[in-house]
Design a protein around this ligand. Structure first.
Ligand code: C5P
Length: 238
């Protein structure tokens, strides 16, 4: 298959690895494609800020998925530190409230980067069921209504978008506007193993719903040839 990396910057490959050495083969394979890399807590807590800086030096776009949630002043400081790493995107929990999210923006402004990172909010994690949300977290109502309420709060705080299920994209865009970014995991190419994801969409379906970025882990990271898997995925959305 001929390789085309058009739209690769809309695919975020999840680097769900325990340490940098484990991620290295994938990094070599994805070099030059222009795709985003999502670095989560597992790898960040193992390898630290230096690893993120190296990814940037190697030309990758980086979404640092650390889901900040603390008092506003602490989030401001964390956002400033994250911005100094040169990442392209990071996230906070909308459950921290509007003031906390505003302080994430202030933290970015404290550093005054030439290129401001995109800041998005986590609404309800897809692992959260309605009974858990209602009885344990203490938020009443339907999960989707909470997702929409949190999306509204993120927008009021001046953030750029939210992480969401592809099923929720249309309603979020209706409520918050087309330019409000959605980043959607739970993506599986046709015929791929669902793993532990319960409600999945293909890349083409997710983009047809209007999502801006898809997050893809195992369909690429566990593929025998990850570069080919990414190319095939991009082919399916062109
Ligand atoms: O391997 P898979 O494609 O299922 O990986 C999806 C990635 O997106 C993982 O890093 C997972 O933690 C993340 N994620 C998710 N669902 C959410 C938020 C993040 O699957 N609601």
């Amino acid at each position: 298959m001929s390789e085309s990396w058009k739209h690769a910057e809309r695919v975020m490959v999840a680097l769900d690895y325990p340490h940098a050495a484990a991620a290295e083969r994938l990094l070599e394979q994805l070099s030059g494609t222009g795709c985003y890399l999502k670095v989560g807590m597992q790898l960040y807590y193992a390898e630290g800020p230096q690893f993120v800086k190296q990814l940037k030096q190697r030309g990758y776009k980086v979404f640092l998925d650390l889901k900040l949630h603390d008092i506003p002043n602490t989030v401001r400081g964390a956002a400033a530190s994250i911005t100094s790493l040169g990442v392209d995107m990071f996230n906070v929990h909308a459950a921290g409230g509007i003031k906390m999210m505003e302080h994430a923006l202030l933290g970015v402004q404290d550093v005054a980067p030439q290129h401001r990172p995109t800041i998005i909010a986590v609404t309800q994690l897809t692992s959260t069921t309605k009974p858990v949300m209602n009885e344990e977290i203490g938020v009443s109502g339907e999960v989707v209504d909470c997702v929409l309420r949190y999306s509204h709060s993120a927008r009021m705080a001046g953030l750029d978008g939210v992480v969401a299920s592809p099923q929720e994209v249309k309603r979020i865009k209706q409520q918050c506007g087309e330019s409000f970014i959605t980043v959607t995991p739970g993506i599986r190419p046709t015929g791929a193993a669902q793993d532990d994801q319960s409600r999945v969409m293909t890349p083409a379906e997710a983009f047809a719903e209007g999502t801006d970025f898809i997050v893809v882990g195992r369909p690429i990271t566990s593929a025998p040839e990850p570069r080919e898997a990414l190319a095939a995925m991009i082919q399916s959305i062109l």
